[in-house]
Design a protein around this ligand. Structure first.
Ligand code: FES
Length: 315
């Protein structure tokens, strides 16, 4: 996995989407075009202290003159959104990575069911724009506390028209995950939002018999599992036969780097996919929120995932 190119972009417009969400338009200060991207992609924003934060692109896929992303100010968060809200104004510069897409639309699907919660709507707005442009069959369920607190609502209404179904708790309308309906051939399900919502959608999809391959989730928060007790394990390197011990209090990524392996990383929380590498011969304890089930057979995120006893990495 190669490191992603970081470039300095300029804030060309700032707009308050809700009292807690700002919509930023970014352009390159000199070049007319930015790298191409597809709906579902995210970029990393680099904070002044070097930390990276992931934000989905929510503008018009295919438009390369500018990117748009929406940032919700997370009170009690890790400080990234508060800094961005305070520091980014028209004309300011920000370091942004090239896009990565862990959450793509499935080409050629017959129908798409999209479920968004709050700020989780950002990748789904880009998807809706893409699907509407193709004339595809889709429905977007959008859950928020109220219309006033629903990010990007005018943009969603314009993109989706009658394919948008809103669920605003303060209006007494609560989304029932069973509304995703039973699985039908060629239908794909995409959900992004708080854990509570994505887990409810997952549970409904399981109960209704959806195939894993037809379900797609994007989660930008790490899984908080206070009961997880990390154990030491061994990393075996397939190309050299080296054996490295990962102690209980360190990550496989740290140990690999210390041994000279230049692995890329970004979030180091199991949500971005930058560090993914192949493995064989081992039982991996997957703790990320990024790899689809099918990919977990032979790929892992060494920033957060671990193994029982030993795993051989394709390095
Ligand atoms: S660095 Fe983001 S998943 Fe590992």
């Amino acid at each position: 996995m190669t490191a992603r190119i970081i470039q300095k972009l300029r804030v060309a417009a700032v707009q308050a989407s809700t009292p807690e969400v700002m919509l930023y338009t970014l352009e390159h200060p000199r070049k007319p075009l930015l790298p191409a991207w597809e709906a579902g992609a995210h970029v990393d924003l680099r904070l002044p202290d070097g930390r990276l934060r992931q934000y989905s692109l929510c503008g018009e896929p295919g438009v390369q003159q500018r990117w748009q992303l929406a940032v919700k100010r997370e009170e009690g968060g890790r400080g990234g959104s508060a800094w961005l809200h305070g520091a980014l104004a028209m004309g300011s510069d920000v370091l942004v990575s090239s896009p990565r897409n862990n959450f793509p639309l499935v080409a050629g699907a017959r129908r798409h069911v999209l479920v968004a919660g709050g700020i989780g709507v950002t990748p789904l707005l880009a998807m809706a724009r893409s699907l509407a442009a193709e004339g595809a069959d889709f429905t977007l369920h959008f859950c928020a506390r109220s219309a006033e607190l629903a990010p990007l609502l005018p943009e969603l209404r314009a993109a989706c028209r009658e394919q948008l179904v809103t669920w605003f708790a303060e209006e007494g309308r609560r989304f029932d995950p069973a509304l995703i309906g039973g699985p039908e051939a060629g239908t794909h399900l995409y959900a992004c939002g708080p854990h509570r919502l994505t887990e409810a959608v997952r549970a409904a999809a399981r109960a209704l018999g959806w195939a894993e391959a037809n379900q797609h989730y994007e989660v930008f928060q790490p899984t908080l599992d206070e009961n997880f007790k990390p154990e030491p394990f061994e990393l075996r390197i397939a190309s050299t036969g080296q054996v490295l011990l990962v102690p209980a209090d360190r990550s496989a990524l740290e140990v690999l780097r210390e041994a000279g392996f230049a692995l890329a990383s970004s979030c180091e929380l199991g949500v971005c996919g930058s560090c993914v590498c192949g493995y064989r011969d081992g039982v991996v304890i997957h703790r990320d929120n990024v790899l689809p089930v099918a990919a977990r057979q032979d790929r892992m995120t060494p920033c957060i995932s671990r193994a029982r006893v030993s795993v051989t990495l394709d390095l």
